[in-house]
Design a protein around this ligand. Structure first.
Ligand SMILES: [Zn+2]
Length: 480
């Protein structure tokens, strides 16, 4: 960005010479149409280029008008400004190429700071090298694919041409903005007015509803010792570490339905993902749950696997919630006993498991009944090997800890999910982007990108890109 001392003088953009542009474009297309070997694709590319040339001129003019129409007031206190310079030039990359914007700036006595009112109106943060649409495109592209790939794909998809350096820098900048919003949420979760404000974002319910929270974690590989690779390798250490990404999804039971093909879908849901540790995660889950109606829910249900950190978090923050341990995981624990008892014989293992699975799913105290059966087995079964005893004792421990969370009969009766499939698929989706083979993220970089991805999933994209709330989310389908 130019410093405030720059006194570049930018002439006001003039109206595009439309008839000259039209003649020029038509001549070019005419030549192309008569060139052997060209296809409709070549014409398409030429038309888009022509439109961009016209667009660049139209955009420059409209942006100038927008800047002129902005009251010359301090953008913080709305007080008067002492005009310091006129028409200072700022260059940004726009969807139709580089754009030179001239604007006035001034000094606010009250705030003791410079103010560029037109920049605020345009949605250009200080030092932002790209227009709001280009910022958004860069952020969206980098969430979908690595920068080098996005550099090639964007023009092919009809987007503007951006270097991988620009893409990386822009996505990182947007990630930092997303992180700032996330930090504000964390802060809200710790203050009474903040909690009230978050809770007020949940619409008043039409009828009583169940709020479901599903929690899980996955890990991400990071290179944490930049510049020390050789030293570490000499010592036989790889310069990377795995870090936990704590992840949650939150939705209302009545927001869960099925597609025509009977696939389960959740129409509205919240997401949390962070690798900034459990305390940060706990505050973020609480904030998102408040937004999704925590204080208005008739019942709160938490579903997860047996990881102890999850249930500690639930005791801390969601004490009145019904707790449910994922049915599939519970079955796996029983399977590992069965495999130990009937090593070679899967048919026998199945036969032993069948009544236990039935108890789990149909009895209101199914977990307790299965626990009793395992304890009885340990007491009464003769000729057990030490390995069998050990496995049985281990799973008795698991059932002792979690039996009260195996409320599948009531879950089934109330048409609630018995497993944590929703969070497992959420984790898989995050991993597609964050766990590519050979992909390394820096400690700060991946948290920023996680925050950006989560903001998009939570449909709060327009907090970063206000214009996004005005553009149609889905293009109209072409007829035919
Ligand atoms: Zn001010």
């Amino acid at each position: 960005m130019l410093s405030y001392k720059d006194k570049a003088n930018l002439p006001a953009p003039t109206a595009p010479g439309f008839s000259a542009w039209l003649t020029d474009a038509q001549q070019r297309l005419d030549r192309l149409a008569h060139t052997p070997g060209t296809s409709l694709g070549d014409l398409e590319i030429a038309v888009v280029e022509d439109l961009h040339r016209l667009g660049a001129s139209l955009l420059a003019q409209a942006a100038h008008l927008q800047g002129q129409a902005t009251p010359f007031l301090c953008s913080r206190c709305q007080g008067p400004l002492v005009r310091e310079a006129r028409n200072q030039v700022r260059k940004v990359d726009s969807v139709v190429g580089p754009l030179h914007l001239g604007r006035d700036y001034g000094w606010c006595q009250k705030c003791q700071d410079w103010s560029h009112p037109a920049d605020v109106r345009w949605g250009l943060q200080p030092n932002a090298p790209a227009s709001p649409r280009v910022q958004e495109m860069a952020a969206e592209a980098v969430l979908k694919m690595p920068c080098a790939q996005a550099e090639k794909s964007l023009p092919r998809l009809g987007g503007c041409s951006l270097s991988s350096t620009t893409l990386h820098r822009e996505a990182a900048r947007q990630g930092q903005r997303a992180l700032a919003l996330q930090a504000a949420d964390q802060h809200r979760a710790t203050t009474v007015p903040g909690v009230v404000q978050l809770a007020s974002q949940a619409a008043p319910p039409q009828k009583p509803f169940v709020l479901i929270l599903e929690l899980d974690a996955w890990n991400i590989r990071e290179r944490t010792d930049w510049g020390r690779t050789k030293t570490l390798r000499k010592r036989g250490k790889e310069p990377e570490r795995w870090h936990w990404v704590y992840t949650a999804t939150i939705f209302r039971l009545d927001q869960r339905g099925h597609t025509a093909a009977k696939r389960p879908v959740i129409t509205e849901r919240g997401f949390v993902a962070t690798r900034a540790g459990l305390e940060a995660f706990e505050r973020l889950v609480y904030a998102e749950a408040l937004r999704r109606g925590l204080t208005k829910a008739a019942e709160v249900l938490v579903i997860a696997d047996g990881a102890i950190w999850i249930w500690n978090l639930v005791e801390n923050r969601f004490r009145r919630a019904t707790q449910r341990v994922d049915l599939y995981h519970v079955k796996q624990h029983l399977w590992s006993v069965a495999r130990e008892l009937y090593d070679q014989d899967t048919a026998q293992a199945r036969q032993w498991l069948r009544p236990l699975f039935r108890q789990l799913k149909t009895k209101s105290n199914g977990g307790q009944q299965v626990l009793g059966a395992l304890q009885e087995l340990l007491r009464n079964k003769e000729n057990m090997t030490p390995a069998q005893r050990e496995e049985l004792a281990k799973q008795i421990g698991y059932f002792t800890t979690h039996a009260h969370r195996m409320n599948y009969a009531s879950g089934k009766r109330n048409q609630q999910p018995l497993g944590s499939g929703a969070i497992e698929s959420t984790c898989r989706q995050y991993q597609v982007r964050f766990k590519r083979s050979g992909q390394f993220w820096s400690l700060a970089g991946d948290e920023a990108l996680l925050a950006l991805e989560t903001l998009r999933r939570n449909e709060r994209w327009s907090l970063l890109f206000p214009h996004a709330s005005r553009q149609p989310a889905v293009a109209t389908q072409a007829g035919g």
